[in-house]
Design a protein around this ligand. Structure first.
Ligand SMILES: C[S@@+](CC[C@H](N)C(=O)[O-])C[C@H]1O[C@@H](n2cnc3c(N)ncnc32)[C@H](O)[C@@H]1O
Length: 282
């Protein structure tokens, strides 16, 4: 991927890491909103007892935790993320739930994995590929650590017009705040199945299968929607947290107005999202 002029990879990754560390607990709390997507990814991964699984850019490792139930007995799952606070949150939760068996956590940048070649049967990467400044490099790493014939299962956001869950908040930010000095890579950039297929095939993956996964989130009020956006978007949350309170209040009011089209009979808001779930063979 060609990055935007002035784009500083190290700075971008540091901001994402700081942002996701900041929101780790709330991210885990809000994950139930995307439960259908997590289920679709795990089903597509075709997990079986005894497999070794890497959950890459795992966040708090909720996919890893649920994968661990599917690869027992005899399997093993490693949850890995650049944000160590996410991993600590995941380790704390799985220990409290008594689900820490066959599950380990280790911090790593997805573009530079210190893991041996051909050491996993499956690599999972939920809502992650678009986070990487060099997605081809991350895919090359995923393929390297998969045994021949092993499979990747990942999810990405669909095209922007089908993801008001993210777009409503982004539209308000774009309208009310000065443009960033350096544009961030779009989280929708693999939302077209052809673009996703192309990058997977360019990385050497075969038998690419892609399925749309539409889902809806319900919020009792506009504040709930805005908080859910902040709890999902690490780097953006980090930048927005530095704004004066008055600016943050203006954003919240603008979001409430923009959400009117999603209001239901109960006074709450139902906001749609589309993700793509892809699997492919190494
Ligand atoms: C939207 S969250 C997805 C978390 C989880 N996979 C899920 O499905 O809920 C994106 C995650 O990518 C992680 N991330 C961002 N850049 C990364 C990188 N270069 N290497 C590894 N993880 C990264 C973030 O820290 C964050 O936990």
């Amino acid at each position: 991927m060609s990055t935007h002029p002035g784009f500083d990879v190290r700075r971008f990754k540091a901001q994402e890491r700081a942002g996701f560390n900041r929101i780790a607990a709330r991210y885990a709390e809000g994950a139930h909103l995307r439960a259908d997507l997590a289920q679709a990814l795990l089903d597509a991964a075709d997990l079986a007892p005894g497999q070794r699984v890497l959950d890459l850019a795992s966040g708090p490792g909720l996919l890893a935790r649920d994968a661990a139930a599917r690869i027992a007995p005899g399997g093993w799952v490693l949850a890995s993320d650049i944000a160590e606070g996410m991993l600590a949150e995941g380790a704390r939760r799985t220990a409290a739930e008594g689900k820490a068996d066959a599950l380990a956590f280790a911090a790593a940048d997805a573009e530079h994995l210190c893991l041996p070649d051909a050491s996993f049967d499956r690599v999972l990467a939920g809502l992650a590929l678009f986070m990487f400044p060099h997605p081809q490099q991350a895919l090359a790493e995923m393929r390297r650590v998969l045994r021949p014939g092993g499979r990747i299962a990942l999810s990405v956001w669909g095209l922007r017009e089908y993801v008001p869950l993210i777009a409503r908040a982004q539209d308000c930010i774009a309208r009310l705040l000065p443009p960033p000095k350096v544009a961030r890579p779009s989280v929708f950039r693999f939302g077209d199945a052809a673009a996703l297929t192309a990058i997977l095939e360019d990385a050497g993956f075969a038998d690419v299968r892609i399925a749309p996964c539409p889902f809806r989130c319900h919020f009792a009020d506009a504040e709930g929607y805005w908080q859910a956006f902040l709890d999902l978007a690490g780097g953006a949350a980090e930048a927005l947290s530095r704004l004066p309170e008055a600016t943050q209040a203006t954003l919240r009011a603008a979001v409430a107005a923009d959400l009117e089209g999603h209001r239901g009979a109960d006074g709450g808001y139902t906001v749609e999202a589309l993700a793509l779930v892809a699997t492919a063979a190494a």
